[in-house]
Design a protein around this ligand. Structure first.
Ligand code: G6P
Length: 607
């Protein structure tokens, strides 16, 4: 989604802004722009398309020491040069970059046009530049505050005034804004990854706050003009974590680093002495955990699918009814919120708007919400009552891989901790601790299949459609596998519970439509093999994904993606690795833009 980078300091701003925009690329965008403050005026460049198109228009150098850049993901108006940010007030005095959506944009635009205003873009953001210019005040922050009083909607924004050199004003409502504090220089960004090479000292703005930022100082105030004192916090990830490290794509790097990433998720959380897990951040006593009667996972995209797996684990180990629901559906269906239900928001970025809104809905009705997030300091992490960090490191590729695995690893720990409090004997707890501890090695073994999976992908990458099926625990694996394939290869891929095959999708099985059948080694294996037979009987090609040693699978399926045998609790995470690789190799063979697939954003910060 849209990205913000702004700079005020002693160094030349242009290369810092361009490098910052590069760091924001992974979030997804379709146009970009930069404005520099130079000798009492702005120099602005904007371009639809990739950053390289903007760079082609930029000067080789500029002496400006203050400026801002933006990547835009189109919401109001197409991805064109004129809709790209920064936008200006009619007199050119105010420049603005904006993430979010102004909900009363139509009414505001109409009122301004009635007074003779002329707009140069179709965006809601340009309206903000007009409004700020219409409210002269003692400070730029006051002008912005007065303008924002007329606005309904979400924003993370930065404003500059051509008559105030070196000054940036930022404001936040529902869209992240982070101030980076350097040595005699300051940054503003919507994503800390954009400034990590310069500083790890950051201050997060809260909703309803505005900040004035200059090279050496910043100050924060609320919309009702109270001053806020907030010292910087130090981010724990290093800039090296953001490099591609010689890999062709971030996605492959992130798939391959899962053994170490998941070892970090588990680090210090498994208790071998008592056969349980300890998740310190839950902020719930053993008694409070025992009083929980239901668990509901809320998330979007892969986080929602991961939640289905988490719900299965909680039901199986803690014997608590559990379910996962898309966060946006949940919040709009007037859900029943109960005291003894534990709501768990799941989000890699911690910034997904719909998940955040679902959390607010639950909390406003007195419910208790935990978060399972990757990004420390993210909006969701800061709004929930407690939670668990995945610690898998920054995930740059739009398609989630190591974060999906990190979610599943967190659910295992949570299910074990809840289970030990309620239903699981110490002996069984020991067995589960042992099994979970093997995850990094098992993932490493699963990764060893990559060359063979590439060969299989090469046999099927001409197909225009694919099915993924699995039963019970294997169903979320099928969902996530199909999601990966469609996201990055643009092949139509659909997942079904294997039992549903003959209730609809079987009509579409033909020799050109491969089905990936997820076959974990469990009591349902024979039933799943019947589904496989039904597909074969319609001459549909079958790729079995299995950790079973049964020989007949190899004769029944056209191809087999092998996964290492493991404890049933671990099946979804370990078997999913093969499907990540299948999607990756397919997309590469099809020449797709693996890390930045069309139309998608890494984190969706608008509704
Ligand atoms: C976007 C991404 C998905 C991701 C979803 C939820 O749609 O493209 O890969 O699963 O957002 O993101 P989150 O950061 O909340 O896990």
């Amino acid at each position: 989604m849209c990205g913000i980078i702004a700079y005020s300091g002693q160094r030349k701003a242009l290369p810092i802004l361009v490098a910052g925009l590069r760091r924001l690329e992974y979030r997804g965008y379709d146009s970009a722009g930069i404005a520099l403050h130079r000798r009492g005026r702005f120099a602005t460049w904007r371009a639809a398309g990739k950053l390289s198109q903007l760079e082609a228009r930029l000067p080789a150098q500029s002496g400006a020491k203050c400026g801002m850049g933006h990547t835009r993901w189109a919401t109001h108006g197409e991805a064109t040069d004129s809709n790209a940010h920064p936008h200006h007030s009619p007199d050119g005095r105010i420049a603005i970059i904006h993430n979010g959506i102004i909900e009363n944009a139509t009414a505001l635009r109409g009122a301004l046009q009635a007074d003779g205003a002329v707009f140069n873009s179709e965006t809601d953001s340009e309206i903000l530049a007009h409004l700020v210019a219409m409210h002269p005040a003692d400070s730029l922050r006051d002008s912005v505050r007065l303008a924002l009083r007329q606005v309904q909607g979400t924003y993370g924004l930065v404003v500059m005034d051509a008559s105030r050199p070196g000054e940036l004003v930022a404001a936040r409502n529902g869209s992240p804004v982070i101030i980076g504090v350097g040595e005699r220089e300051m940054f503003i960004t919507s994503d800390a990854n954009a400034i990590l090479t310069h500083t790890r000292e950051v201050v997060h703005l809260e909703d309803g706050e505005l900040a004035t930022v200059q090279a050496r100082i910043f100050s924060i105030a609320t919309m009702d003009e109270s001053m806020i004192s907030r010292p910087p916090v130090t981010l724990d990830h290093s800039p090296e974590a953001l490099s591609r490290d010689g890999y062709d794509h971030y996605m492959l790097k992130e798939i391959e680093e899962q053994p170490e990433a998941i070892a970090r998720t588990l680090g210090g959380r498994l208790d071998r002495q008592f056969g349980t897990a300890h998740l310190g951040g839950l902020n719930l006593s053993a008694r409070e955990l025992r009083d929980i009667r239901r668990v509901r996972f809320l998330g979007c995209g892969s986080a929602y699918y991961a939640g289905i797996s988490g719900a299965n684990m909680i039901e199986s180990l803690a014997r608590l009814p559990a379910a996962s629901e898309p966060a946006a559906e949940f919040r709009y269906r007037n859900p029943v919120i109960e005291n003894d239900t534990l709501y768990i928001a799941v989000s890699q970025s911690g910034e997904t708007f719909d998940t955040l809104a679902a959390i607010r809905e639950v909390r406003s009705r007195g419910g208790r919400v935990l978060g399972i997030c990757n990004v420390v300091g993210s909006s969701i992490a800061r709004e929930v009552d407690g939670g668990v960090f995945m610690h898998v490191g920054p995930e740059i590729s739009v398609a989630s891989t190591k974060a999906f695995s990190g979610m599943l690893a967190c659910f295992m720990l949570l299910a074990l901790q809840l289970g030990r409090i309620r239903d699981i004997s110490p002996q069984r707890g020991d067995e589960l601790v042992e099994a979970i501890g093997e995850l990094p090695g098992l993932i490493r073994n699963a990764l060893g299949e990559s060359p063979r999976i590439r060969e299989i992908a090469a046999r099927y990458h001409g197909a225009s459609s694919a099915f993924y099926i699995g039963r019970t625990d294997a169903y979320p694996v099928a969902l996530e596998g199909a999601q990966k394939l469609k996201e990055i290869s643009y092949v139509h891929a659909e997942a079904y519970p294997a039992s549903e095959l003959k209730h609809g999708p079987l009509a579409l099985i033909d020799p050109d439509t491969p089905t990936l059948v997820v076959l974990p080694d469990n009591d349902l294996l024979d039933k799943s093999l019947s589904s496989l037979q039904e597909i074969r009987a319609r001459r549909g090609p079958v790729i079995a994904v299995t950790n079973s040693g049964r020989e007949d699978i190899h004769s029944l399926a056209d191809d087999v993606i092998c996964s290492p045998p493991c404890h049933p609790l671990l099946h979804p995470l370990v078997m999913n690795v093969g499907l990540q690789l299948f999607a990756y190799h397919t997309a590469v063979l099809m020449g797709r833009d693996v890390d930045q697939p069309r139309n998608l954003a890494k984190s969706v910060t608008v509704e």
